[in-house]
Design a binder for this molecule. Structure first.
Ligand code: SAH
Ligand code: SF4
Length: 352
């Protein structure tokens, strides 16, 4: 695992600040409504930079922009898939890059955002794991991915058609404070205005943080990467299971305070000949019995250095049928595999 610049050493930036923080930054000489004007311009009108916050007197704007970075990430490269998916390599203030994916569909668009640069959790089937952790993203860098893609594609986050999934690079529950602050910024009706029902966080199962997430008044929906049907198998595929046992993870899910409209989502990556048998499917059903849950199956998205195979369509179907008898179960359509944009493929691979 390699670590570098702590996010705390980044230059201060507007994107990521709430009204109180903006107020503190602009100082007591400015009238109180200034902070609200700046907040609205940044989050509701989604300005691209200080020069677009024209509601500010030029002098105030000039003074602020000299002291405070605007803070939207910059699109350093864009890769387009044959299926319409776009993968962006975004450059951050310290020159590091991270990935964000836009998946347009007829009825809705989904933006898949990252929570860390790389990931410290070493799941055996995931390309991001091979990067190790470079650093946590700030709240501004997390929310900024949505703001930037909304700008680039003319999407309205307050409209019902836009979903955000925290399923890009990183383990969101290892950066929970910033993930929650980004969620508050994205859901604030005075700003970006998304519904918390349309934001989903996916975790490899950091048990103590699942409980913390449940205590947060504003929080994304919770998805758990299950990926195995027994303790031993999960330990093999997701070594973090040695620290956070599968049995305890299921207990944490049982104790999780779901909102009335919410179900837990369990994701399950099918690895040919490893965790994809009918017996595995039946064990998954037993594991999740009595949970208000649905299952999303993902046939492995392959990548260089990943020692597993994608199961055939018939195997995936058989697995789905067994689970569907007990709870909702769907197979996630692979998006953007040709440009390394699909689940578990985010490793900043260039040139596709
Ligand atoms: N770190 C979080 C979120 C990012 S990974 C987590 O693990 O949940 C998002 C999803 O992609 C997870 O469900 C993960 O199990 C899945 N995934 C990882 N590698 C994959 C691969 N090679 N093929 C298909 N899905 C994969
Ligand atoms: Fe990290 Fe998720 Fe990949 Fe595991 S699957 S290495 S937790 S990004």
């Amino acid at each position: 695992m390699n670590t570098a610049t702590p996010a705390g050493q980044l230059p201060p930036a507007l994107i990521g600040m709430d009204t109180g923080e903006i107020q503190q930054w602009i100082g007591p000489d400015q009238p109180a409504f200034r902070a609200c004007q700046i907040y609205e311009a940044a989050y509701r009108q989604r300005a691209a930079g200080w020069d677009q916050i024209t509601v500010l007197p030029a002098q105030v704007r000039g003074g602020l922009s000299a002291r405070l970075a605007f803070g939207l990430p910059e699109a350093a490269a864009e890769y387009k898939s044959a299926d319409g998916t776009r993968r962006y390599l975004l450059r951050l203030a310290d020159g590091r890059t991270v990935e964000t994916v836009l998946m347009p569909e007829e009825q809705r668009d989904t933006i898949c955002i990252s929570s860390q640069v790389g990931c410290p959790v070493d799941c055996r089937f995931c390309l991001t794991a091979l990067m190790g952790l470079e650093r946590n993203l700030t709240a501004g860098e997390i929310a900024g991915q949505v703001l930037l893609l909304a700008r680039l594609h003319g999407l309205d986050p307050a409209a019902r058609q836009l979903n955000v999934v925290m399923m890009g690079q990183g383990e969101p529950l290892l950066n929970l404070a910033n993930v929650l602050k980004a969620t508050r910024l994205l859901t604030d009706p005075r700003g970006v205005g998304m519904s918390e029902r349309r934001i989903t966080l996916s975790t490899s199962g950091i048990i103590p943080r699942i409980a913390d997430l449940g205590q947060s008044p504003v929080r994304p929906k919770l998805a758990i990467s299950l990926n195995a049907s027994t303790e031993e198998q999960r330990r093999e595929l997701m070594p973090i299971t040695r620290k956070y046992h599968l049995r305890d993870l299921i207990d944490a899910c049982r104790a999780y305070p779901l909102r009335p409209w919410e179900k837990l989502t369990f994701e399950y990556v099918l690895l040919g000949g490893v965790n994809d048998t009918d017996a595995d499917a039946r064990r998954v059903v037993r594991l999740l019995a009595n949970l208000n849950a649905k299952v999303n199956l993902i046939a492995l998205n392959p990548g260089p250095g990943i020692p597993y195979a994608t199961p055939g369509a018939a195997r995936v179907d058989s697995f789905r049928e067994i689970i569907s008898k007990s709870m909702p179960c769907m197979v996630r359509k692979p998006r953007g595999r040709d440009i390394f944009a699909a689940c578990g493929q985010l490793q900043r691979i260039e040139g596709c």
